[in-house]
Write a protein that binds this ligand. Sequence first.
Ligand code: AMP
Ligand code: GLY
Length: 421
Amino acid sequence: MRVLVVGSGGREHALVWSIAASPLATEIYCAPGNAGIAEDAICVPIQATDVDGLVSFAQKERIDLVVIGPEAALAAGLADALEAEGLLAFGPSAKATEIESSKGFMKDLCARIGVPTAAYKRFDDREKAAAYVRDEGAPIVVKADGLAAGKGVVVAQTVEEALKAIDACFDGSFGDAGAEVVIEECLVGDEVSFFALVDGQDALPFSSAQDHKRAFDGDIGPNTGGMGAYSPAPMMTEEMTETVMSEIIRPVVEAMKDDGRPFKGILFAGLMMTDSGPKVIEFNARFGDPETQAILPRLRSDFLPALVVAAEGGLKHFDLRWKTESCLTVVMAAKGYPGSYEKGSIIRNIEAANAIKGVTVFHAGTVQADDNILSAGGRVLAVTGEGQELKDARDLAYSGIESIDWPEGFWRKDIGHRALK
Ligand code: AMP
Ligand code: GLY
């Protein structure tokens, strides 16, 4: 099969790496890719949201399957445009992507079909939103409705803080994404990222992970895209997986089909494990980053057929096998991330980390310049360890990191602490 993976992050490197292990893959392209992806795929300089450019490339190269990584490409209608030309795409239509790109849509859907989620109200008026917050008191959660790269959510500990977040949305901090706000009850518990493959009709569990969103050790500092993750999430027993599938995933898949916007691809539920059971914090229409870098090395089955079956239909009669090992990934980021940071510093000895048995280095923001690998983004590498126990996986990931020489980078030293305490 000729496969095109769209995106350039650590998630896409893990997708390419996993597809490259399939005996069915004859040629793999990635648009636009990065320096690590270039070792497993042919990188082509087309941006992930260049829908026309990607469609014509896929036609010209007779691509059998396009695997779409980032939400921006999905929201831009890449899957729709590919399918209109008769090309097979892994990833939902723009309409189905609204489950991620519109928090209001997602909340209304959950409320209508009784999927457990935080109590909420939607506002397009600043004064009414403020009055509601004053009535409800803190803690309370304020969210910009649209896609804001993970930065549109404030878990406010005081009414003051919530009012500031409302102002930020209506003052245009998030552009159009903040024209409407959703205000929610603050849920308490441990967070789990749960994934399911979906073919429009049926859903198959695709493992779980826990990520660390805050920049610094001890879960403090600003929110980031994710600084590390481990898989599986210890709370996701077989029984809990079945609860999540039957109370959350299957009802949502069913409702989206009935609404004429069937969901195909990977459905990512961000869950809060509360005292009264799992509740949905958010849905994403794509794989997680860095969760994918901790999940895919655990997959024993061939990944490529799973993607094809989800895209074509037929998951009902499909199954996947997983290793019993755990994986843990640690993100190496440029100093200053998620604020401003420098690009272009040299990263050395990645091959020494990759040479350790049980360690895989996934690239995110990297470029190759002559013989050097240079940093080219905020999150730059994700170093994954695989071990019998989670602590073995952690020790391997950190020995990988110790081998890498990158003075301009930083990383959290405590990934996995909640599960290992
Ligand atoms: P989101 O972008 O919706 O994933 O939100 C980012 C983060 O904010 C989540 O990972 C949670 O840690 C936190 N969060 C969002 N909604 C809630 C909520 N209703 N209660 C508590 N924490 C929340
Ligand atoms: N790591 C969280 C996400 O991919 O949204």
